[in-house]
Design a protein around this ligand. Sequence first.
Ligand code: AHR
Length: 516
Amino acid sequence: MTLSRRSFCAAAAVAAPWMARAQSGPLRARVRIDTERVIGEIDPKIYGNFIEHLGRCIEGGVFEEGSSLSDAKGYRKDVFQGTKDLNVTQLRWPGGNFASNYHWRDGIGPRDQRPRRLEMAWGTVESNRFGTHEFLEYARMLATEPYLCVNLGTGTWEEAQQWVEYCNSSEDTAMTRLRKQNGQADSWKVKYWGLGNEMDGPWQMGHKDADEYGKYALEAAKLMKWTDPNIKLIAAGSSHYAQGIDWIGWNRTVLNHLKTHVDYLSLHLYVGNRENDYYDFLASSVNLDERTKTSEGVIDGVLSDGPRNRKIYIAWDEWNVWYRARGNKERGRRILEERYNLEDALVVATFLNSFVNHAHIVKMANMAQLVNVIAPMFTNEKGMFLQTIYYPLQLFANNTKGVALQLLAKSPTYENKRFGDVPYLDASASLDQNTLVVNAVNRHREQPLETEFSLADRKFSGPVQVSEVNGPDIKAENDFGVTKVKASPKSASADGNVLRVTLPPHSYSMLKVKVS
Ligand code: AHR
């Protein structure tokens, strides 16, 4: 049974009064799972990532020509392996803010002859040594789905159209001859194309108001889809949430212009712990839930008088914890090298829970970014280490698949000034054939949460595999040669239809078990 959007929301609302305030004695939570209460198919593309020409993400991260750690083509082998292990299902490129002044023709042809350009988004010089061919070759090697974002800041419709033609056309044209001349005989058939990046932000090169952007993007969309009708287009939705900014209005206006052409609405969200308030920070995913639900409502509203078979999904194509390294610079350029701790990893797990819990509408998500720049992997010239946020991402991407299940959860809560009562337990579940995966975060900083999962319609069968992400304290970080936060195997047992587990303080656990 697949629940309609309406019944899912109603059921979620019924669950809320169950939640009791923090009780005395051991903290206890209960979760009831009915494997027929399906929210939707989990799209593997929610485990996407993003690489931008920014700091050391590409040059010095993904790609380091001449390094002993790189292969003959210049790709860093350690980063490649880390990306493989992360099961990155889809990769967005070339930006980000960088995309809004990127002219793709600068990045093709013999590498040594490519122009060096002033890069104004991040204040540097772009070598263009990593371009369309290098990116699409990297995606091919990873067996990941490429996602290109066109320049609708300083770029033209024609430029966007010709990029699609260069990559995807099989006709004999000047563009495809150029592609062949540059070494790529077959078209790449790139399916996912973003119509610009964060066009709502005044920081964006070529920033427009919602009407201007909607009209401009529509002309690009028409040409791009006429070039290749099989492509999927992503509209630049909201990324600017400052007080007084009508982000909902942006999405509505943009979709009103683009509803017949786009397949996804892109949304961006970065969160942080500026006030050093652990519990407030751990409630950040409630903000994500609310933005998803509001945006779904806007999509439904816009489509209500549109063609009946049209669907527009949400692509959270930039998301992460990002607040410390907002302005950090190295030799004059912004590098955004955020170091992550355990509390950040827990927030990442709750974001992933949110994507799974909205699997019917969130069909794409890209952590920003893959390496060095606000990223799960961090390199230097000698090697690499895995940041804390790597572990939840890896566990979700490799295990949480199939369909998302609606949970009936009862958890003690804490009061939060922004979001009211927030449950200590944050959870999601998936069912793939007979494999059930439950992801559970205990937000409590000091107390364990004794949690009982019971199946309404099935029995647990076989051992329960538990992987727990935790560390000595919420501020624990990893570093080169130091792994304080990681995933560790734990055990749990199930009896009949009941599985009891104690979730330690400040932890994320993935439970994987067969059901019959
Ligand atoms: O991911 C870093 C930057 O954040 C991206 O370039 C931009 O889209 C967003 O503001």
